[in-house]
Design a protein around this ligand. Structure first.
Ligand code: D41
Length: 672
C-alpha cells in the first residue's frame, strides 16, 4: 500500500488535475479529456479521501455535495451594496445615456463593454486566499441570503481559484441561470418524479438556488456567468472592465463568451442588433443586453445615483408577451381552404411590433384555452412566428363574454364547411371558386421558393383578383402593362417590371412548378421526389395511386392528394394553359436504378423520438427506399419504438417483428 505521504501528494495532484479539467470544460468550453477520464480521476480521489479523512479539505471537488439541509438561510450584508441597472427600452434611451455620460466626463467618445443580459438571478461569491468561503443572493441589494452550500454544488463555480496573484479577498458577482436544455431536462425529470413544473428558466433557477436542501440544488442544472467585482483587498485590478473580466477568467471564473468592446452609442446599438438577431440561437434566455463604460476610472468618475451606477445601462428587448383585450374572433380562409380563427385585439406592442391580430389555431384550441370574446388574453410574439393567443387571464373575465363557434358556411364564398374525421382543421369546400383560396393559391404560386415572381406581392394579388383579372393562375401570364399600370401604387415602370418578372419565372424546373401548384401536403421535398421519380409532367399526371406510392417520401395520403389533384379537369386545364403561355423546364434525368438501401423493407413508427419528428423519420426512411406503414403485421420488417410507444410495440413483440429503439434506428440510418 502507498504511504500516507504518497497518497497526500497524489490527492493534491488529483485536485489540481480535476480543477484544470473543470476550467477547460466550463470556462474555456474546450474539454481536454472525455467525461469518463474525469470520472476516473474523481473516483480515485474519492477513494483516497475515504482512506484519509483527515486530508479532506472544503475546496476538494468531492465536497460539492452532501451538506445537511438548513432550517433557514442566514443573512449576508453585502460589503459593497449590489446595485441595480438603469433601463433603456429604445435607441433614444441609449443615445441619451451615452450623451449624458460624455457630458459628465467631458469627452467625445466612450468605449463600452457590451454583454448579454441573462434572465437569472444575481449572486455574490466571496473568495478568501483563493478559496470560496461564501455565496449570497443579491436580495434587496443591501443584504441577501446565505446560499453558500448551494452555490458550492454549481459545477461552473470554482471552489478554489486557479493561478497566482489573486487578491487575498475577492468578491465577484454574476448571474446564476439555467439553459434552455437544462430547463427542458429539469421539467422532464420533475414530470417523472411527480414534482411541480417550472414556468420558465428564471423561476427554475431561483427556486433551485433558494433550496434549503443543497442535495436538491445539486441535481439542478444551474450555471453561472460572472460580470463584476465587489470587495477586493490586497491586489490591484486592471484599468478596464474588459481586462478585468479577462483576469477573472484566468482565475477560473466563467464569463460570458458574448462580451465585446464597442465605441459610443452606435457601437452599442450594432451590438444590440447583432445579439437580437442571434437571440433564438443562444443556448439560454436573455432579456436584453448591458453596456458598461469600459474604463474603470471613468466608472468611478461617473458614480451612482439612487442605487444604480451611471456607467451601466440595460437595453431591454421588447417583451414577447403582453396582455390585451380580445375584441372579436374572425375566421380566415387559407390556401387549402382551412379555416383559422383569428383574434382581433386591442392593439398592443409586443415583441417589437404592434399586434392587432393573433392566431387561435383551430376550434379545439379555442375550447382548450377557453378563449371567449371580451376576455383579456396573453398574446405572445416570439421571433418571426405569427403572434398567438397563449391563454386567458381568468381573473379579468367580465360577466358577459361570448363563445366562438366555427361557422357552417365559408365566410368568403358561402360554400359548405366540412371537418373531416380526425382532422383539426375545418375546411371550406369551395375550392378555387372561393376567392380566399384562389388568392392564397396565387400568392403561394408567386412566392420565392415557388415561381419566384418578384414584385407580385399579396396586395397586388388582392387587387388583380378584385378587378376580376385572375380567374385562374394562368391568367397571370396574359396580363399586359396596361392592365397593371392603372392599379394602386403601380406606374408604367413597375408594371413593366412585373411583366418582365413573370416572363422570367416561366423558365423553371419541374420540381418548382409542382411545388407552386399547391397540391395539398406536397412541399418542396415531395415535389423534388416526384420530379426525380417521374422525370416529366405527363407521366406524373397519368400515374395511378399505387405508382405514386412507389416514390420515396410519398405515402398513401400524399399519393391520394396528388392523384385527385390531377384528376380534376379544372387543374389539368390550368396546367395546359400555363404551358401554352410559355412555362417550360428541362427534362429531369430519371435514375430509378440507383440502388435503394432499404427497398423492400417495411417500417412502422410508434412513440415519440427525441431527435426528429415522426414525419422526418418517415421521410428519411422513404428516401432510402423503405416503405412506412401505419400498422404492424407479420410482413413488417422493423418497428421503431420511441418514448411512450402505443400498442404497436406490443403487437410487434407478439409477432416477433424486429424492434429498434431510437439509438439502433439512428445507427441504421447512418450506415445506409
Ligand atoms: O446578465 C445580467 N443579468 C447582468 C446583471 C449583467 N450582465 N450585468 C450586470 N451588472 C450589474 C452592475 C453594473 C450593477 C454591476 C447585472 C446587474 N448589475 C444586476 N443584476 C441584478 C441586479 C443588478
Amino acid at each position: 500500500m502507498a504511504s500516507r505521504d504518497q497518497d497526500s501528494r497524489r490527492i493534491v495532484a488529483l485536485r489540481e488535475a480535476l480543477a484544470h479539467h473543470n476550467y477547460c470544460y466550463y470556462v474555456l468550453d474546450a474539454p481536454e479529456v472525455p467525461d469518463a477520464e474525469y470520472d476516473r480521476l474523481f473516483h480515485e480521489l474519492q477513494l483516497l479521501e475515504e482512506r484519509h479523512p483527515a486530508l479532506v479539505t472544503p475546496d476538494s471537488p468531492t465536497q460539492r455535495v452532501g451538506a445537511e439541509p438548513l432550517k433557514a438561510f442566514g443573512e449576508v450584508v453585502h460589503g459593497i451594496p449590489m446595485l441595480s441597472l438603469a433601463n433603456a427600452f429604445d435607441e433614444g434611451g441609449v443615445k441619451d445615456f451615452h450623451r449624458r455620460a460624455c457630458e459628465r466626463l467631458g469627452v467625445e467618445h466612450i468605449d463600452y463593454s457590451c454583454e448579454t443580459k441573462l434572465d437569472g438571478l444575481a449572486v455574490s461569491l466571496l473568495y478568501e486566499d483563493g478559496v470560496l468561503v461564501r455565496g449570497a443572493t443579491r436580495g434587496d441589494g443591501r443584504s441577501g441570503e446565505d446560499v453558500t452550500q448551494n452555490v458550492r454544488t454549481i459545477d461552473s463555480i470554482p471552489l478554489r481559484l486557479l493561478g497566482k496573484d489573486m487578491p487575498r479577498v475577492l468578491e465577484v458577482r454574476g448571474e446564476v441561470f439555467i439553459s434552455h436544455d437544462g430547463f427542458a431536462r429539469l421539467n422532464q425529470a420533475q414530470l417523472t418524479e411527480g414534482g411541480k413544473q417550472f414556468a420558465n428558466p428564471r423561476n427554475a433557477a431561483a427556486g433551485s438556488l433558494r433550496q434549503l436542501d443543497p442535495r436538491i440544488t445539486a441535481t439542478r442544472p444551474l450555471e453561472i456567468y460572472i460580470y463584476g467585482v465587489g470587495v477586493v483587498e490586497g491586489n490591484d485590478l486592471p484599468d478596464t472592465y474588459s481586462a478585468m473580466l479577462e483576469r477573472l477568467r484566468g482565475w477560473g471564473l466563467r464569463t460570458s463568451p458574448e462580451t465585446r468592446v464597442a465605441r459610443d452609442a452606435e457601437g452599442c446599438l450594432a451590438y444590440y442588433r447583432d445579439i437580437m438577431a442571434r437571440r433564438d440561437k443562444l443556448p439560454y434566455e436573455i432579456d436584453g443586453v448591458v453596456y458598461k463604460v469600459n474604463r474603470l476610472d471613468q466608472q468611478d468618475a461617473l458614480g451612482a445615483v439612487s442605487r444604480a451606477p451611471r456607467w451601466a445601462l440595460a437595453h431591454k428587448f421588447p417583451a414577447q408577451e403582453e396582455m390585451t383585450l380580445l375584441k372579436g374572433i374572425e375566421v380566415q380562409v387559407g390556401r387549402t381552404g382551412a379555416l383559422t380563427p383569428v383574434a382581433r385585439l386591442q392593439p398592443v406592442f409586443v415583441g417589437g411590433v404592434t399586434v392587432t391580430n393573433a392566431t387561435l389555431h383551430n376550434q379545439d384550441e379555442v375550447e382548450r384555452k377557453d378563449v371567449r370574446i371580451g376576455d383579456t388574453v396573453i398574446v405572445r410574439r416570439a421571433g418571426d412566428v405569427i403572434p398567438e393567443v397563449v391563454s386567458v387571464v381568468m381573473s379579468k373575465r367580465p360577466n358577459r363574454t361570448r363563445r366562438f363557434k366555427m361557422p357552417e358556411r365559408c365566410p368568403v364564398c358561402d360554400s359548405k364547411v366540412e371537418r373531416p374525421e380526425g382532422e383539426s382543421a375545418a375546411r371550406c369546400t369551395g375550392g378555387l371558386y372561393c376567392a380566399a383560396q384562389r388568392r392564397e393559391a396565387i400568392k403561394h404560386f408567386a412566392s420565392r421558393r415557388a415561381m419566384d415572381i418578384e414584385g407580385l406581392g399579396d396586395k397586388l394579388v388582392d387587387q388583380l383578383d378584385e378587378q376580376g383579372m385572375l380567374t385562374d393562375l394562368s391568367d397571370l401570364y396574359r396580363l399586359k402593362v396596361n392592365d397593371i399600370a392603372g392599379l394602386e401604387r403601380m406606374g408604367e415602370k413597375s408594371a413593366q417590371n412585373l411583366i418582365d418578372a413573370l416572363k422570367k419565372s416561366q423558365t423553371t424546373t419541374l420540381a418548382r412548378f409542382l411545388y407552386a401548384l399547391g397540391i395539398r401536403d406536397v412541399g418542396e421535398t415531395t415535389a423534388q421526389s416526384l420530379a426525380n421519380y417521374f422525370g416529366n409532367l405527363e407521366t406524373l399526371m397519368q400515374a395511378k395511386e399505387e405508382a405514386l406510392q412507389e416514390v420515396p417520401d410519398v405515402g398513401p395520403v400524399v399519393a391520394g392528394n396528388v392523384y385527385t389533384f390531377f384528376r380534376e379537369s379544372h387543374n389539368r386545364q390550368v396546367i395546359r394553359k400555363l404551358i401554352k403561355y410559355g412555362m417550360s423546364w428541362p427534362e429531369v434525368v430519371v435514375d430509378r436504378d440507383k440502388p435503394q438501401p432499404l427497398s423492400g423493407k417495411t417500417f412502422v413508427l410508434t412513440g415519440t423520438l427525441g431527435t426528429m419528428t415522426r414525419d422526418e423519420a418517415k421521410a428519411k426512411l422513404q428516401a432510402l427506399g423503405a416503405k412506412v406503414t401505419g400498422s404492424v403485421s407479420a410482413k413488417t420488417s422493423y418497428v421503431v419504438v420511441g418514448e411512450d410507444p402505443g400498442s404497436k410495440a406490443t403487437k410487434a413483440e407478439q409477432l416477433g417483428v424486429k424492434i429498434l429503439d431510437e439509438k439502433a434506428f439512428l445507427k441504421l440510418l447512418s450506415k445506409k
